[in-house]
Design a binder for this molecule. Structure first.
Ligand code: NAD
Length: 506
């Protein structure tokens, strides 16, 4: 069996793009192939070319990684450190990741297709997320309580303790960000983890895990098993030694995770799909609304969970807003994420490209007017024109299903009640945006929307201190902020008798 030691792995060159090629899993601080020897091909979506492989991890590999994580948890090599010691190591990890921004961003862009400036911004944010949760490692307070309902006296307090081994299952659309949003609170809490990155985009999770180890996280506390969802992912979701699953991905797979977690009653948090409405009232700053709505759907080729994919515009300004967004769409520069002049990169995979094109066709067949786009861009790689479909039927698939591509549906409305009813007519409830200059209308409408985030005259604003997550079938629980730490902790209540305690049989 070929393995690289942790030191050998850490010594690899840190040039931009390093980290692709034939990569191995990371278990107990060592790089290793799958026990059965299989590999998965990984592609560059901007060209369709093969850029490397990762091991095709199976149940036996997952068992091995979970056993290592369990051992490090039981031996308390990480959870047993003081909060201050964990904080210091996490800060060091944030610094190291920041120092490797260029390399990590190049790798993310190569593997996922995102434009380099976005990748760099997301790596910088990931470093800040680690620092935010590093601060929490020294603030895991319980409560003390004076027991008033009993005759004897007790000193009573609560401890906030890590839940155990956590499985972190990551999608392809923002691999580094979504890995760090789970690893950072899990480590601040004192948990040990097994990460399962997407089979499409496995490389940055492996590199990030190495950097955490280089910063001082003991080997075996972070393990990365690569593999397909239906094998490696499903085994993790059902594993009886995993105490908690943090999953980001599609709603469909989220439901299967919940079922798989039932046998040992794992704690589960889910960040799932979205179909987020953007509402433009006729009193909005129209130029700002046009630019904001275009950015909300076309950024990262629409492959963002909270993409503003359903646009609702009040009748008097409908044509102006839709044509304004179409003008932006037609002028966006499409190309590889590594080209610094590119504004829209590729779709992540051939499979996803086919799904996006098929949904566009279904929208046109179901009666929507094609305002702009609608075609594959004919060059190597997986590119789709930014597309606008006007006034599809309310039940059309393009209105109901998450497309995860640069495809906007535009619908006219007359009253606040009408638009709230249409915006809430979705199984999803992730984000929503409102564009208006009427402050009361903005806040009153925000209260009526069924969404985990509401943006007023903006979109995609997030912060490490503010919880993020979905209503309805967009998720369970929250990431980021103090709420993002809670699922990695459990509360123990300790009762100490200060005066003789009566026994029930006394
Ligand atoms: P996906 O659900 O297909 O896969 C996500 C991860 O789950 C991958 O690692 C995959 O291998 C794994 N997986 C697949 N089947 C599994 C199974 N049966 N058991 C366990 N694991 C399994 O999602 P995707 O296509 O990679 O990502 C896109 C989706 O992620 C979109 O729906 C998007 O909205 C969602 N997403 C949500 C958020 C959020 O914060 N709400 C953020 C980003 C992406």
């Amino acid at each position: 069996m070929t393995t690289l030691t942790r030191d050998e792995a850490a010594d690899r060159p840190t040039v931009p793009g390093a980290g692709a090629g034939e990569q191995l899993m990371l278990i107990d601080g060592e790089r290793m192939p799958a026990l059965a020897g299989g590999t998965i091909d990984v592609f560059d979506p901007s060209t369709g070319e093969l850029i490397g492989t990762t091991p095709d991890g199976q149940a036996a590999d997952v068992d091995r990684a979970v056993a290592v994580a369990e051992r490090t948890f039981d031996e308390r090599v990480w959870q047993g450190l003081s909060g201050a010691a964990r904080q210091k190591i996490l800060w060091r990890a944030a610094d190291l990741i920041e120092q490797h921004t260029e390399e990590l961003a190049a790798l993310e862009s190569l593997n996922n297709g995102m434009v380099i400036p976005m990748a760099q911004a997301l790596i910088a944010t990931a470093a800040e997320t680690i620092r935010y949760y590093a601060g929490w490692a020294t603030k895991l307070y319980g409560i003390t309580s004076e027991i008033s309902s009993l005759e004897a006296q007790y000193h009573t307090y609560t401890l906030r303790e890590p839940v155990g081994v956590c499985a972190l299952i990551i999608p392809w659309n923002a691999p580094s960000t979504l890995t760090v949003q789970k690893v950072a609170p899990a480590l601040a809490a004192g948990c040990s983890v097994v990460i399962k990155p997407s089979e499409e985009t496995p490389f940055t999770a492996l590199r990030l895990a190495e950097l955490f180890e280089q910063a001082g996280v003991p080997r075996g506390v972070i393990n990365v098993v690569t593999g397909y969802g239906e094998s490696a992912g499903a085994t993790l979701a059902a594993h009886d030694k995993v105490a908690k699953i943090a999953f980001t991905g599609s709603t469909e797979v989220g439901k299967s995770i919940v079922k798989a977690a039932a046998d040992n009653l794992k704690k589960v948090t889910l960040e799932l799909g979205g179909k987020s409405p953007v509402i433009v009232f006729d009193d909005a700053d129209i130029d700002a609304a046009i630019a904001g709505a275009a950015n909300a759907i076309f950024m990262h080729s629409g492959q963002i969970c909270a993409a503003g994919s359903r646009l609702y515009v009040q009748r008097p300004v409908f044509d102006k807003v839709v044509h304004g967004i179409a003008r932006i769409a037609e002028n966006l520069k499409i190309g590889p994420g590594s080209d610094l002049t590119t504004q829209i990169g590729p779709i992540v995979s051939q499979k996803q490209l086919a799904r996006v094109l098929s949904l566009i066709s279904s929208g046109i067949e179901e009666g929507a007017e094609l305002v702009t786009g609608g075609e594959r861009v004919h060059r190597d790689g997986y590119y789709v024109q930014p597309t606008i479909l006007a006034n599809p039927e309310p039940g059309a698939r393009v209105i109901q299903e998450e497309i995860f591509g640069p495809v906007l549906t535009a619908i006219v409305f007359d009253t606040v009640d009408d638009v709230v009813a249409m915006a809430n007519d979705s199984t999803y409830g992730l984000g929503a945006a409102i564009w208006t200059t009427d402050i009361s209308k903005a806040h009153l409408t925000a209260k009526k929307l069924q969404a985990g985030f509401v943006w007023l005259n903006c979109h995609y604003v997030l912060d490490n201190s503010v919880p993020a997550g979905g209503y309805k079938q967009s998720g369970w629980g929250r990431e980021l902020g103090p709420e993002g730490l809670d699922p990695y902790l459990q509360t123990k209540s300790v009762f100490a008798a200060l005066t003789p305690a009566p026994f029930l049989n006394a």
